[in-house]
Design a protein around this ligand. Structure first.
Ligand SMILES: NC(=O)c1ccc[n+]([C@@H]2O[C@H](COP(=O)([O-])OP(=O)(O)OC[C@H]3O[C@@H](n4cnc5c(N)ncnc54)[C@H](OP(=O)(O)O)[C@@H]3O)[C@@H](O)[C@H]2O)c1
Length: 362
């Protein structure tokens, strides 16, 4: 008999009643050890807050999920946000509608995206720290603001263009290719720049998916010998490696650099739940090929927000970028949606629909 998926332990959470008469929240019940478990989350029901002078009331429509959230819960995130303690509301960006406004700059009916936290309502002063942006009504669903036309999209764009210096014909390798950032990077690199992208993903279905989303070849890192596959598919080496996973995969790519190669350090999800940090022993391979390894943090690229979102929307309209969002239904399912990321259960950007699309959009 097949054993139950480890994700099925989240099933009972889905049955919690939820209504419009209160503010529902997920808070930190305990620090996660390894991957997140249902017991790490506290469900709290509080009154819907009233906005004071200079504040707005936001009604959450969608929330995005990101691997960094487990680090918020563990108290180990190094993102500039305030460290969270047990009992705190979990950080999370999403899309909301302004339903009451006592703020001069934000009107009732507008759709915004920014720091909402894991809750169904929020009162906000719309401070710079919350990084709220108005979502233009441009024919794209509001849901995209929780991913492709949100911070995940900006991460893909900044990592590839501002850090990777991609060039047509680059022999590229991309890990995490079926994930949120990865599924966009593969398409932008192949369809906008003209790179040849070998993608890595876990399992045959995801490998088929990435071949349909910009990759010319796929490595199933769960079944294949990564080093042997890289030798087979990149016999002349790598010009550009976009790293979403870190660990042994990063080390294997460092062994195969061409002259003037570039490595983009986007994320290292394979290392996040390890007890001991991975010690990269072969970074000196950069020297022999005059190569560059460069990290980036998405919040350092906010000044280009409008230009990037305009470009991304244009590429969606041109068919160069197919938006892929994996939408969990219902706010109750936020913990499971976060666990999905670490079990490889998502394809594209993992999001959660709290109320879905707005009925009206100012
Ligand atoms: N630098 C920045 O500012 C910035 C901004 C956003 C995101 N990031 C980072 O970028 C990476 C991608 O973020 P995302 O939001 O798009 O998430 P994501 O790629 O959708 O993350 C989930 C995917 O990661 C893969 N994965 C999970 N555990 C893995 C492991 N042990 N080894 C290899 N792959 C594993 C799984 O795909 P498979 O089924 O294929 O394994 C899973 O579907 C993350 O590391 C994140 O922290 C960085």
């Amino acid at each position: 008999m097949a054993s139950a998926s480890p994700l099925s332990e989240f099933d009972p959470l889905a049955n919690r009643p939820i209504d419009e008469d209160a503010n529902y929240q997920w808070r930190i019940a305990r620090r996660p050890q390894g991957n997140v478990r249902p017991e790490d989350f506290e469900w709290r029901v509080v009154p819907i807050p009233e906005p004071g002078e200079g504040e707005v009331l936001l009604r959450t429509l969608y929330l995005g999920l990101a691997p960094v959230m487990r680090m918020y819960m563990a108290g180990t995130a190094n993102t500039g946000d305030a460290r969270l303690e047990i009992g705190d509301l979990i950080h999370g960006r999403g899309v909301a509608q302004v339903v009451k406004s006592r703020h001069p700059d934000w009107a009732e009916g507008e759709i915004v995206q920014g720091q909402i936290g894991w809750q169904t309502w929020k009162v906000s002063r719309m401070t710079p720290q919350e990084k709220f942006f108005r979502m233009p009504r441009n024919g794209h669903p509001a849901a995209l603001g929780a991913g492709v036309l949100g911070m995940t999209g900006l991460s893909a764009h900044a990592g590839l263009f501002a850090c990777g210096d991609p060039r047509a014909g680059d022999r590229m390798v991309l890990s995490g290719a079926a994930g949120g950032v990865g599924s966009m990077v593969s398409q932008l690199a192949a369809n906008v720049v003209g790179c040849d992208v070998v993608g890595m993903a876990g399992g045959p279905e995801k490998c088929a998916f990435i071949l349909d989303h910009g990759c010319s070849a796929a490595i199933d890192y769960k079944a294949d010998d990564i080093a042997a596959k890289l030798d087979e598919l990149r016999p002349d080496g790598i010009d550009l490696y976009f790293d979403n996973v870190g660990g042994e995969t990063l080390a294997a790519c460092l062994e195969r650099l061409r002259m003037n190669a570039r490595i983009v350090l986007c994320g290292s999800i394979s290392e996040y739940t390890r007890d001991e940090p991975f010690g990269l022993a072969n970074y000196t391979r950069l020297r022999g090929t005059d190569s560059l390894m460069r990290g980036f943090f998405v919040y350092n690229h906010l000044d280009r927000w409008e230009a990037v979102m305009g470009e991304m929307a244009g590429w969606i309209e041109d068919g160069k970028l197919k938006p892929v969002q994996d939408i969990a239904e219902g706010f109750q399912n936020m913990p499971r949606a976060l666990a999905n990321l670490y079990h490889g259960a998502n394809v594209g950007v993992q999001c959660c629909s709290v109320r879905g699309e707005p009925e009206e959009w100012l």
